[in-house]
Design a protein around this ligand. Structure first.
Ligand code: FAD
Length: 503
């Protein structure tokens, strides 16, 4: 049985592309198979009627050019290594929260400004606010000094542990801590604790008690250091740059090519079967599919099955992609917003509205006099399964639900309904169909109390099969899956005798 390439990557999401680009740069022959005609998965862009929409992500970390920040400015480091570039514009506010009882706070790049606005609302909690956010800075300080690599790579671990013994030990201890429990050490005001919940829910889709402190230390501290930066031209510029890097070093991405099976022989992955029946062999396979799709759909052998409840399955999304008249967005409106009407339902399906208008940062995303708006709420495939795709009942249900979200958003953008000139709607079924994600899920989450190190790493129970993406450590979010791509590539490269240089 001859191999046709060194490594096959299933899926051109950010995790798969990052791993592929770094391996190919080391001279390890890599082919990526992607079912869609474009790269990026949840970090792709698409164009319609002169508008460029982000399919998912639009809040980006990792573009700082501060060389002292080891693990955190990964996009900058990777693009530098690949010799490709993505031009970005900085966003002065990560998220503007619009919360019940007129509580409105912007998580500004300027940390003091952000803390002052919290203290103004909760003057008695001043000390607690300072101490809680200081804890996040401490995590940030550790993470930003450690080089990225695989926690399964003994050589990497020994090197990091040897060079930074105290920081490594401190980080290990912090992995046992939850963000919410840490907040409760310092803060007692219920409304402020709800705010800490929405701070974690904004990216983790879990309350703060369920969210590891270490993840919070990246998302809620780096926004004040590396900051939030938006790629000019849309989120798709990030995967496009990774593809450019892959091509530059001789690798390839094959679009409209779905993998239907990961071929496993005697407990070892030997290649993949494509939808046209072709089998392609490789020394190693990397899956960028979710843990459920990999082990319950792509690998027929039932011994490898992963029960849905091994992890918490995050919900999916109902999404609105809107082209709107620019006049509806007032001067000074922030790009990313979160709207909660009622704390009792913020984590129920549809309870929190995420709302962004990236053409405020990059006017090229919309025709002159217009803006792009991306609004989304959590949802489940079960809420939509009674409708037949394409049926008028399905379209009417989508329209009704979208109108209710627009109506709620009018609280912060009066006149929005009248300003919409283009409306594209996507249910959890759309998300599942486009990206082959089980139930359209945002991904596998840890159960409350689980240590972040219990998140699957890049090795799998199948020999020569490795995993990257949001089902693996450290989790959801573009910078997190980029980390998983780096750690996956460094593990595979070490095994193939061509270890990566540190980024
Ligand atoms: C609505 C929404 C908003 C978000 N907002 C943000 C944000 O603001 N900031 C942020 O950092 N993160 C955000 N995220 C999360 C972030 O986008 C994801 O965590 C990340 O992009 C996931 O990357 P991935 O590589 O794990 O997988 P995916 O993006 O799911 O990519 C997997 C790829 O593999 C392909 N594929 C799967 N199976 C096969 C197969 N069998 N054969 C061939 N191809 C296959 C898919 O088509 C897809 O292209 C958001 C996500 C969503 C959905």
């Amino acid at each position: 049985m001859s191999v046709q390439t060194d490594v096959i990557v299933v899926g051109a999401g950010i995790g798969g592309l990052t791993a592929a680009a770094l391996l190919q740069e080391r001279g390890i022959r890599t082919v990526v198979f992607e079912k869609n005609g474009f790269p990026g998965g949840s970090c792709a862009s698409f164009r319609r009627n002169g508008y460029t929409f982000d399919a998912g992500a639009s809040v980006f970390y990792g573009f700082s050019d501060n060389d002292r920040s080891g693990t955190l400015n990964l996009h900058t480091r990777i693009f530098r290594k690949l010799g490709v570039s993505v031009e970005t514009v900085s966003d002065p506010v990560q998220i503007h929260y619009h919360l019940p009882n007129g509580f409105s706070v912007a998580a500004s790049y300027d940390r003091q400004l952000f803390l002052d606005s919290l203290v103004m609302r909760f003057p008695r909690e001043r000390e607690g606010i300072m101490r809680f956010y200081r804890e996040l800075e401490d995590v940030y300080d550790i993470l930003s000094s450690l080089p990225a690599g695989s926690l399964e790579d003994v050589v990497h671990l020994a090197s990091v542990g040897g060079r930074f013994p105290v920081k490594t030990l401190m980080l290990a201890l912090k992995t046992f801590r939850s963000m919410g429990k840490t907040a409760r050490r310092y803060i007692s005001n219920e409304e402020l604790l709800r705010f800490i919940d929405i701070e974690s829910y904004s990216w983790a889709v879990q309350d703060a008690i369920s969210t590891p402190l270490v993840n919070a230390g990246i998302c809620l501290a780096d926004r004040h250091h590396g900051g939030i930066n938006y790629p000019l031209g849309g989120s798709g510029r990030i995967p496009e740059a990774l593809c450019k890097g892959i091509g530059k070093f001789g690798g390839s991405v094959r679009y409209r090519t779905e993998v239907t099976e990961i071929v496993v022989e005697n407990g070892t992955a030997t290649g993949v079967r494509l939808s046209d029946g072709e089998i392609v062999r490789a020394q190693a396979v990397i899956t960028n599919a979710t843990v459920w799709d990999t082990f319950n759909r792509l690998i027929p052998d039932k011994r490898y099955r992963v029960p849905e409840d091994r992890f918490l399955r995050a919900p999916s999304w109902f999404q609105l992609f809107l082209g709107v008249d620019a006049g509806v967005i007032p001067v000074g409106f922030n790009v990313h917003n979160i709207l909660v009407d009622d704390w009792k339902t913020f984590d129920s399906p549809g309870g929190t509205i995420y709302f962004s208008a990236p053409s405020l940062l990059d006017p090229s995303l919309a025709p002159s006099g217009k803006h792009v708006v991306h609004a989304f709420v959590t949802s489940e495939t079960t809420l939509w399964e009674q409708y037949e795709r394409g049926s008028s009942a399905y379209c009417e249900a989508k329209d009704r639900y979208a109108d209710s979200i627009i109506e709620r958003t009018e609280k912060i953008l009066p006149g929005l309904a009248q300003a919409v000139e283009l409306k594209i709607l996507a249910t959890p079924q759309t998300h599942e169909r486009y990206l082959n994600r089980y139930k359209g899920s945002y991904g596998a989450l840890l159960k409350p109390g689980q240590n972040i190190l219990q998140k699957p790493q890049n090795r799998t129970p199948v020999g020569n099969l490795f995993a990257t993406g949001d089902s693996t450590f450290p989790g959801q979010g573009v910078i997190a899956v980029t980390y998983s791509g780096v750690s996956c590539a460094s593990l595979v490269a070490r095994r193939m005798g061509k270890p990566l240089d540190y980024l």
